[in-house]
Design a protein around this ligand. Structure first.
Ligand code: ARG
Length: 463
């Protein structure tokens, strides 16, 4: 303590302060200052518990509580001078507390360590991100439901291999994304419930000999219970990894949808028009309206998956319990969380604003022999052909239409009968795209009646 150069928090056995490069590699304050609120919440809960347990006088606890509030307001108003010499948010807050309240500040760290402190702070922060992701996903799902509802029976081409496959409904396509983002939502809720155990009181790694009440701090901080093993509590980062893996899957869904919007908004497709609010222009080509937001959402997954891989790699092979390696958890998660929230918000805005071009969708739905399967199914149903034979007859008719430069419904009955004598006028009913989609009433199918049932189900479950 007498050596002014050594660290005031842990420098008792040190004769000299750290090298500048040591400080540069060691300090986390430049980024972990984002945990200020959580750090102060954790300290307040800890101090209150220490007083309740008679480990700290109520007078000291009250002085600490007020001092911490002053520190928080200094941080919130930008008056706080963060110091790299004090390494991290925990020691920055405690050192400032000492300047404000003096001796009682030194009693706050009784029965805890920075190891359980940082695990607690970070968990509180990540928990907020799960909540933000839940809100972001709900908003996106609502925007998709509105699109699905508006065009539940609009027809469009359904693709496999990005080749025209069978007609589907716009509502059905939108609802496919609802299913994806609803799974993300369920992963978010699931992981949030699992991570809600409090590390505080695990102390450095072994627990403490002070008669602390871990239930009290856990409940004061909104946790369901204290984490049950102190070694695990200080060295677990599964909650961050689950956030990142959940975010990665969600980002993959966002990226797929973004890719479709990029394709659909092109002049060649014209399936959707993105609003001006979510498009950009070109500085050289005056006609351009670019889907930059969609392209960026398509790309953002790189950072999120990168963070997931980075943290898995940091954690791999770490012996129990805490190691400083784990300080590398924060920047990855901070960036991934910021990225995910922005991407969700941008996609929600784009989906909410975009206009589906019903006529282009319908024209495209009818092209590319999209009802060939309906024709084959008709041959099976009405003429009792084995499906493989029906497939062959239909293929011959497709080739005929292609040679004539027309679509299947444009072939004459005589043409059809030249391939199979049993075909009647009634076949033309199934060649229309509206009849095609309306016929696919199997559960989960593209028929508007099914799509509307799914929309109702999701609206009900979202509340
Ligand atoms: N800044 C550190 C981190 O983020 C806090 C914990 C430090 N603990 C320690 N024993 N040095 O991991």
């Amino acid at each position: 303590m007498s050596d002014t150069k050594s660290n005031a928090m842990w420098g008792g056995r040190f004769a000299a302060g750290p090298d500048a490069i040591m400080e540069a590699i060691n300090a986390s304050i430049s980024f972990d200052q984002r945990l200020a609120q959580q750090d102060i919440d954790g300290s307040r809960a800890h101090a209150a518990m220490l007083a309740q347990q008679g480990i700290l006088s109520s007078k000291d606890a009250e002085t600490i509580r007020e001092g911490l509030l002053t520190v928080l307001s200094e941080i919130e108003t930008g008056k706080f001078a963060f110091s790299a010499a004090l390494e991290d948010i925990h020691m920055n807050v405690e050192a400032r507390l000492k300047e404000i309240i003096g001796e009682p500040a030194g009693r706050l760290h009784t029965g805890r360590s920075r190891n359980d402190q940082v695990a607690t702070d970070f968990k509180l922060w990540v928990r907020d991100q799960f909540d933000a992701a839940e809100q972001g996903l709900e908003a996106l799902i609502r925007a998709l439901l509105a699109q699905a509802e508006a065009g539940a029976d609009w027809v469009m081409p359904g693709f496999t291999h990005l080749q025209t496959a069978q007609p589907v409904t716009w509502g059905h396509h939108m609802m496919a994304y609802v299913e994806m983002f609803a799974r993300d939502l369920s992963r978010v809720r699931d992981a949030r419930a699992r991570m809600n155990e409090c590390p505080l009181g695990a102390a450095a790694l072994a627990g403490t000999s002070f008669p602390i009440d871990r239930e009290a701090t856990a409940s004061a901080l909104g946790f369901d219970r204290p984490a049950a093993n102190s070694l695990d509590a200080v060295s677990d980062r599964d909650f961050a990894l689950e956030f990142l893996s959940t975010a990665s899957i969600c980002a993959m869904h966002l990226s797929r949808m973004a890719e479709e919007l990029v394709i659909w908004s092109s002049a060649q497709f014209r399936f959707v028009a993105l609003s001006d609010r979510f498009s950009t222009g070109s500085s050289i080509m005056p006609q351009k309206k670019n889907p930059d937001a969609a392209e960026l959402i398509r790309a953002k997954i790189g950072r999120i998956v990168g963070a997931n891989v980075a943290l898995l790699t940091v954690m791999k092979g770490l012996p129990l319990a805490y190691s400083k390696d784990m300080q590398e958890d924060k920047e990855q998660v901070f960036d991934a969380a910021d990225t995910l929230m922005l991407a969700l918000a941008a996609m929600t805005g784009m989906v909410g604003d975009m206009t589906a071009n019903r006529d282009s969708l319908e024209a495209a739905a009818a092209s590319g022999f999209s009802t060939a399967t309906d024709l084959a199914d008709w041959l099976v149903r009405e003429l009792n052909l084995p499906f493989r034979d029906a497939h062959h007859v239909t293929g011959t008719l497709v080739a005929m239409a292609e040679a004539q430069g027309c679509d299947l419904p444009d072939l004459s009955l005589a043409d059809m009968q030249s391939v199979h004598g049993g075909i009647t006028e009634a076949v033309f009913d199934v060649l229309g795209v509206h009849n095609s989609v309306a016929s696919r009433t199997s559960y989960g199918g593209t028929a508007p009646v099914q799509v509307r049932a799914q929309i109702a189900r999701w609206k009900e479950s979202l509340g």
